[in-house]
Design a protein around this ligand. Structure first.
Ligand SMILES: Cc1cc2nc3c(=O)[nH]c(=O)nc-3n(C[C@H](O)[C@H](O)[C@H](O)COP(=O)(O)OP(=O)(O)OC[C@H]3O[C@@H](n4cnc5c(N)ncnc54)[C@H](O)[C@@H]3O)c2cc1C
Ligand code: FES
Ligand code: FES
Length: 1436
């Protein structure tokens, strides 16, 4: 702040402070003459006294303004006097103030107790960038940069002088502007504990409860929990769930995190839901049903709460005392920070604020930055002037007035929610109808971190058509106060307020001052509704609020306001409908009238942005119907004579209440007598879990910056198919910080790359998908590189793209070969069948959404073309060879190092080289280290995902239900290159019969060549797609026979000794055991009966149950990949360094490998260390994929350790009582080689498509799941009520890790089959880029009851220590949720008189569910005729 004051001392000497020139000469200068003098006295720190005489009794609004300024003059003049040696006493004859006030450019805040003083902080710098890049605090992660994943969660604390309270709240550091942190204490994950020091209980418990797999989400989750505990040391479970609404995890399936943290809650004090014996979860009815033949050797404890350190809230890090003093001691100064492109003003009074807005009408008011931050980051917006109202009391106040509550526009949503909740508790219910409707919307508004900072005014002023609060404010008739420097006006919030898409009547010089939320009247009822793809932290598809007021004592409508979001470019009022209902009684006739009027008034064009036109229109009626029933109930409660709602309709009025999940895990206990040192079969914690929980685990982008390091951003195609006419990088090169723009011509080696050598590193002449990498910009910072990359101008000649599978089929655009597997005699089988039916299903793709995006750091070594790469990749060897190729050097010059990944799931198997090759090329060209971490939107755009599949089938079956013939065709959308698509398709064919024995089969597979980014490996690798189609015809067969699907499935299950269509003999089959255990453990029959009963009693909510088996072949289908190596060094102190070819991506591979080495060497795990995976230790490693890594690398590790053990054997024999260290030393002095290589290749593999013979797989993993769901037929929303999984993982190496894989895989599958929808425009542009638009499962999506049982006594003689692979097989089991939904939809259709089989595509989104439940509300909105309109998105 600069304050410019002109004064004269008594001696007559002129004294000026705060600036060089006389202000009278300043154009903006204002002069206030005082009528009376007042004095401000003070004292220097040196003890000398000072007195300032200033003017008071000013007229007009300037009065307060001036008063405040005078307070701060003292310190300012003091400073100047000290430096100029002016006299001790000053009298001021005049005070001269200007709008151009004196600002402070000093940003003072604390990070983990350390004071930070920043001068002229850049308003565009986020807290996250500052923490990671400036302070090196890399524990806080970047997952999305848009507030949607929570990986960047930190806690902010501030002292509130008015209430004398400390406020602690979680925020997303990726959106928090650094400039907003003045006088704030920031606590990051590093600030609360460390492995070397002391772990905080929130860190310890998530680690020990196995809640951290890849660990990339863990610091964010830790900090959300920490912030909750700081405010509430003994929360309820629902508080915990609420605290996690803004956090995502892609690995764990959430269950272990909730289980671990339950121990902090009021509910979890006893056994944390684990007490099957103690009866905790059994008594509350949530425990799994025991099998009749309960195993005596089954174990259920995965962690021991007795090991947990107690949580002592008194031991928390204290708020920095200096900050407390600073916050208490001085009046806030106005702040101004000037950055590269923007200036941040934070004035300390409303008057200043308004003057600044008047002076800078284009200025953005920024409170939470949850809109503006997104616009700057993703929409390329530049806002040169930012006004922050944090110091303006009027904008932050909550005031109770006679007819409601008035919220300052800058009040955060959390603050607003708390005030409304208090009011609801204290006021009579009839007054708080509006408040409760707002609270209902707030419950599902974003996540906690967003609500803690986002302002109510920000929501209104953004004027988003899908704002969740605006409909309530409109329906309730809220009033807004708008103000500028010349005065205020109050306007009604109605449809006149919004003038167009994201536009309002607010004038540029005005701001929104406050929102008046009124009390409801005695006869007024208000409800709010929101339907979004995911319940938690998601934006609306349609959002609505409805208010009706009745003539007292009657059911006659006096006033009606219906407001909708998502039904036009603004929030809209259905005024016509509202008016037409006035004067009518609340009854059936009104309902019909309202529905037909709404159908006419709320129309949408089929091409509407966001798509789903029919669904959205249906929702308007569905919501109204819910409102109608709700009001009917309330009227009756008030004694008004209206018809009673029949009991089968009541569930339609119930609002969703999440239930706290309960879970059970069952596995085989280690045999009695197994040595305590032998950790095989024990639920050992992931070896990095503690480091992950403290933020000390180092991921690729956490490697400290090299001194001369550069950052790279990719230049990508905006066209799906085009010839490149010209590239103009001249503007980009002029951007600040840019070092070089690179294109195909800059490649020294070969530009040819890809699994099948059919791709370019950088596009050369043509592009074949949106996101095709064309070039790269290298600059001093990532931000500079990204900004410049957007400025590269490319001219294209556009060609017609092929985007969808159907377009590819029409154009016969297929990659060769077309695969076929055939066995038996299909024609004969179809003839033999009593029935033949045909069907089809489309299954959408899936984004990997590993929390850590693709990242590479390439460091040229300066000699002989050597290059060292730190890469987040599952494939070290492929990365090495592709990088060597692009650099034009032999592979021995390139070292690829992988410490760990923040998730991979197949997405970093072949596609990570899209980034690493370009980065290596740039580093080689510029001879400097170069780093690139893709932003989430870039990663989603460029790197492809799971293949969408379209399956068409003809199935022949007998009256008994036995399937005798299957003709199935698979079409996969491979994208613009072959990549791994053929292997994916082959695996789909290998799984086309799922677990069913069918005598006559023909399966064909087509790879559609399209102009989408190349699709690639993804957990399951085609298996889930293959089996999904199988379950579709299985369900059709059962429905057409009118028999329970479970019966038909059981009848067709494989039996021991049968062969697959590809002629592999099935031995050691356990699918029948899994089936029976799942059936009994889930209580399937009782569930089915209860579901049928429920469905008969409820019209608008329906339940469904389904079981699904899986049989998953284990091995790479490319035979040569089934090999692995290991390298083991034993050092003379006895410590062991273990290296193998597999990479750690959270799946616990390193932990299992250490367990293997520990058992073979007979030493504790503490003596064994894995540092990283690298190409210079284990060469030619196969990618960590195909679930086979524990099998392959485990055997290689076993081999190496056995070699070492054999070498040590003589020394052990010579001195059996000596220690490991002694034997090692003795061997060393005897000149024994203490390094060993291990190697393994899977025997007897090699399938031939030509002859349909040879073993495709080493063995199979089996599993069965049973799920129950409930759907809301009116909205399409669903609840996952229960899932029971029985999984055969052989003799588990580590039950905690294996159960983690089962649950994580299942929840990822749940996303695939019910939630995750990649939407592409007809032109091939991915529209869903980031967590805002693409929804992976969140905490609230997991089944309320979740039981996982690892099959006992299941010994596998084909893999290490009798274990089985587990990474991929469980994913498909989530199809049980999909088919349970289909079962429920079937019940809904039956009520509407629609029977028989029907097509339900995957994912079973809310839209698909709603559209499939046909009824009177869907009728007015039939799906638009394809071809008659241009859809917003297409099914690819
Ligand atoms: C992850 C995520 C989830 C979200 N979920 C939801 C959701 O579920 N429902 C929903 O409705 N929205 C949602 N949003 C949108 C957003 O959070 C809200 O609109 C929020 O209320 C904006 O507040 P803010 O303080 O962050 O706005 P800012 O970004 O600080 O400002 C937003 C805009 O409002 C203007 N503005 C702010 N205050 C004033 C004022 N007093 N006078 C004049 N102009 C002003 C600013 O100039 C700016 O243009 C979500 C956003 C994110 C990032
Ligand atoms: S990185 Fe901040 S929320 Fe995802
Ligand atoms: S452990 Fe949560 S994202 Fe990996």
């Amino acid at each position: 702040m600069r304050i410019q004051v002109s004064r004269r001392s008594r001696s007559g000497r002129r004294f000026r402070s705060g600036g060089g020139s006389r202000l009278e000469e300043d154009l903006d200068c204002r002069r206030f003459r005082t009528r009376r003098r007042t004095r401000t006295r003070g004292r220097f720190r040196s003890g000398r006294r000072i007195q300032v005489v200033g003017g008071t009794r000013l007229e007009g609004p300037e009065f307060i303004f001036l008063q405040q300024q005078i307070q701060s003059d003292l310190s300012l003049i003091s400073r100047n006097m000290e430096s100029t040696g002016a006299e001790t006493q000053i009298y001021s004859d005049e005070l001269v103030y200007s709008d151009e006030l004196v600002y402070s450019d000093e940003l003072v805040f604390f990070v983990n107790g350390t004071k930070i003083v920043e001068r002229d902080a850049d308003p565009e710098t986020t807290l996250l960038t500052f923490l990671r890049r400036r302070l090196g605090l890399t524990g806080t992660k970047l997952g999305c940069a848009e507030g949607g994943c929570g990986a960047c969660t930190v806690m902010l604390s501030r002292y509130e002088p008015i209430t004398n309270k400390l406020l602690h709240y979680s925020v997303n550091a990726c959106l928090a502007p650094l400039c907003s942190l003045h006088l704030v204490a920031v606590t990051t994950v590093e600030g609360i504990g460390s492995v070397a020091g002391k772990l905080h209980p929130v860190q310890e418990r998530i680690a020990k409860s196995h809640g951290s797999q890849c660990g990339f989400c863990t610091p964010g989750i830790v900090m959300s929990m920490y912030a909750l505990l700081r405010n509430n040391p003994t929360p309820r479970m629902m508080d915990v769930e609420e605290a996690f609404q803004g956090n995502l995890c892609r690995c764990t399936g959430y269950r272990p995190i909730l289980e671990g943290y339950k121990t902090f809650t009021q509910e979890g004090g006893c056994c944390g839901g684990k007490g099957r014996e103690n009866g905790c979860c059994m008594t509350n009815g949530n425990g799994a049903v025991k099998t009749s033949e309960e195993d005596v050797d089954e174990a259920t404890m995965l962690f021991n709460t007795a090991e947990f350190k107690p949580h002592d809230p008194t031991q928390e890090v204290i708020f920095p005392p200096e900050l407390m003093n600073l916050s208490k001691g001085q009046k806030q100064k106005s702040l101004r920070f000037r950055g590269e492109r923007a200036t941040w003003f934070q004035p300390r009074s409303l008057d200043q604020f308004l003057r600044l807005k008047w002076k800078h009408p284009e200025a953005r008011v920024v409170v939470g930055n949850t809109e503006v931050g997104i616009e700057v980051k993703f929409k390329n917006m530049i806002y040169p002037v930012i006004l922050a109202p944090a110091f303006v009391p009027e904008l932050n106040a909550v005031t109770h007035v006679h007819d409601g509550l008035v919220f300052g526009a800058a009040c955060s949503l959390s603050h607003m929610g708390a005030a409304l909740s208090r009011a609801v508790e204290t006021l009579p219910p009839h007054q708080t109808e509006v408040f409760r409707a707002v609270l209902e919307q707030l419950r599902w508004f974003a996540g906690t971190q967003i609500r803690n900072v986002a302002a109510v005014g920000g929501n209104i002023m953004t004027a988003s058509p899908i704002s969740d609060l605006n409909p309530v404010f409109m329906a309730a008739g809220c009033k807004l106060t708008l103000t500028d420097k010349d005065g205020s006006r109050t306007v009604q919030m109605d449809d006149g307020f919004f003038t167009g898409y994201r536009r309002t009547i607010v004038r540029p010089t005005e701001i929104l001052l406050s929102v008046h939320v009124p009390y409801s009247r005695k006869t007024q009822f208000v409800s709010a509704f929101k339907q979004s793809p995911r319940r938690e932290d998601d934006i609306s598809i349609v959002t609505a609020a409805m208010s009706v007021t009745f003539t007292p004592g009657t059911d006659v409508v006096e006033e009606m306001r219906l407001s909708f979001g998502g039904m036009g470019p603004t929030t809209v009022l259905a005024t016509k409908t509202g008016v037409s209902l006035v004067g009518r009684p609340w009854g059936e006739e009104l309902l019909h009238r309202a529905c037909s009027s709404l159908a006419e008034e709320m129309t949408l064009d089929p091409s509407v942005p966001g798509g789903m036109a029919s669904y959205r229109q249906t929702l308007t009626l569905s919501f109204f119907y819910k409102f109608y029933l709700t009001v009917l109930g309330k009227l009756r409660l008030q004694g008004v004579n209206v018809p009673e709602i029949s009991s089968e309709l009541v569930s339609a009025t119930e609002t969703f209440h999440p239930e706290t999940p309960s879970s059970t895990q069952i596995y085989q206990a280690v045999p009695a007598g197994q040595s305590q040192d032998d950790v095989i079969g024990r639920p050992m914690m992931h070896l990095s879990a503690m480091k992950q929980a403290t933020g000390e685990a180092v991921y690729c982008d956490d490697v400290p910056l090299y001194e001369n390091e550069l950052h790279l951003a990719l230049v990508t195609s905006s066209k799906a198919r085009a010839r490149i006419l010209s590239i103009d990088a001249s503007a980009a090169e002029r951007f600040p910080g840019v070092v070089r723009c690179l294109f195909a011509d800059d490649i020294a080696g070969s530009n040819v790359t890809g699994v099948k050598q059919d791709e370019t590193v950088l596009a050369d002449g043509q592009v074949t998908c949106v996101g095709h990498v064309i070039g790269a910009v290298v600059a001093d910072t990532q931000l500079h590189a990204q900004r410049a990359a957007k400025a590269v101008k490319i001219q294209y000649e556009e060609l017609t793209p092929i985007v969808t599978i159907q377009e590819a089929i029409a154009a016969q655009s297929f990659y060769e070969p077309i695969r076929t597997i055939e066995s038996g005699d299909l024609e004969a089988g179809l003839k033999q069948a009593d029935h033949v039916l045909e069907g089809e299903i489309h299954m959408g793709g899936q984004e990997h959404f590993y929390l850590e995006t693709n990242v590479t750091l390439a460091v040229p070594r300066g000699e002989d073309g050597e290059m060292e790469l730190f890469v987040s990749t599952q494939a070290t060897n492929d990365t090495q060879s592709r990088v060597a190729r692009v650099l034009g050097v032999p592979a021995n010059r390139v070292v690829v190092r992988v410490k760990r990944m923040g998730g991979g799931f197949g997405g970093k198997e072949s596609r990570s080289t899209v980034v690493s090759t370009v980065v290596a090329m740039a580093a080689s060209r510029l001879k400097r280290p170069v780093r690139c971490m893709l932003d989430r939107d870039e990663d989603m755009l460029i790197t492809g995902g799971r293949h969408p599949f379209y399956g068409k089938y003809k199935v022949g079956f007998l009256n008994s239900g036995k399937v005798v013939a299957l003709d199935v065709s698979y079409y996969s959308n491979a994208g613009n290159s072959r990549d791994l698509s053929l292997s994916v398709l082959e695996r789909a064919l290998f799984h086309m019969e799922n677990s069913y024995s069918i005598a006559n089969v023909r399966g064909r597979g087509y790879l559609c060549q399209t102009n989408l980014p190349s699709n690639t490996a993804f957990r399951g690798f085609g298996g889930p797609q293959g089996m999904m189609v199988a379950e579709s015809w299985m369900s059709d067969v059962a429905v057409s026979l009118g028999r329970p699907t479970e019966e038909i499935q059981r009848l067709n299950l494989y039996a021991e000794g049968e062969s697959t269509p590809y002629n592999q003999l099935l031995q050691g089959i356990t699918i029948d055991r899994c089936w029976d255990e799942c059936l009994s453990r889930s209580g399937y029959q009782q569930r089915r009966a209860a579901t049928d009963l429920y469905n008969s009693q409820n019209r608008w909510t329906k339940r469904g149950v389904a079981m699904v088996p899986t049989k998953f072949g284990i091995s790479f289908t490319a035979t040569f990949l089934n090999q692995a190596g290991a390298l083991v060094h034993v050092y003379t102190d006895g410590s062991v360094l273990l290296t193998h070819g597999g990479t750690e991506m959270g799946q616990g591979l390193h932990t299992k490998m250490v367990q293997v080495a520990s058992r073979v060497l007979g030493i504790p795990v503490s003596k064994i260390h894995i540092s990283e995976t690298s190409t210079n230790t284990v060469a030619n490693a196969s990618p960590t994929a195909a679930s086979a890594s524990s099998d392959l690398n485990g055997a290689a590790v076993q081999n190496a350790c056995a070699i070492l053990l054999a070498r040590l054997e003589p020394y052990k024999n010579r001195n059996p009582k000596a220690s490991w260290e002694d034997w090692v030393k003795a061997a060393y002095f005897d000149r024994v080689n203490l390094t060993a290589n291990g190697f393994y290749k899977t025997p007897d593999l090699g399938y031939s498509f030509e002859t349909n013979s040879g073993r495709a797989f080493n063995y199979y993993s089996y599993g069965v799941s049973c799920s129950e769901v409930e759907i809301d037929c009116l909205t399409g929303a669903h609840k996952n009520l229960s899932t029971t999984i029985v999984m055969d993982v052989g003799k588990s190496l580590n039950p905690a890790i294996d159960i983690g894989q089962v649950e994580g895989g299942f929840v990822q599958g749940l996303g695939l089959f019910t939630l995750e929808e990649l939407r592409y425009s007809p032109a091939g542009v991915l529209l869903t880029r980031g967590p805002g638009m693409y929804k992976i499962p969140a905490f609230g999506d997991i089944p309320t009851e979740f039981t996982v049982s690892l099959l006992r006594d299941a010994v596998n003689d084909k893999a290490i220590f009798a274990s089985k692979a587990v990474g991929e097989p469980p994913l498909f089991l989530a199809a049980s949720i999909f088919y349970a939904i289909k079962d429920a939809v079937m019940a809904a259709r039956a009520e509407s008189g629609v029977g028989g089989t029907f097509r339900l595509d995957s994912p079973a989104s809310a839209e698909r569910i709603r559209n499939a439940c046909r009824d009177q509300f869907t009728k007015p909105f039939p799906p638009p005729e394809p071809g008659t309109f241009k859809p917003w998105s297409v099914q690819v």
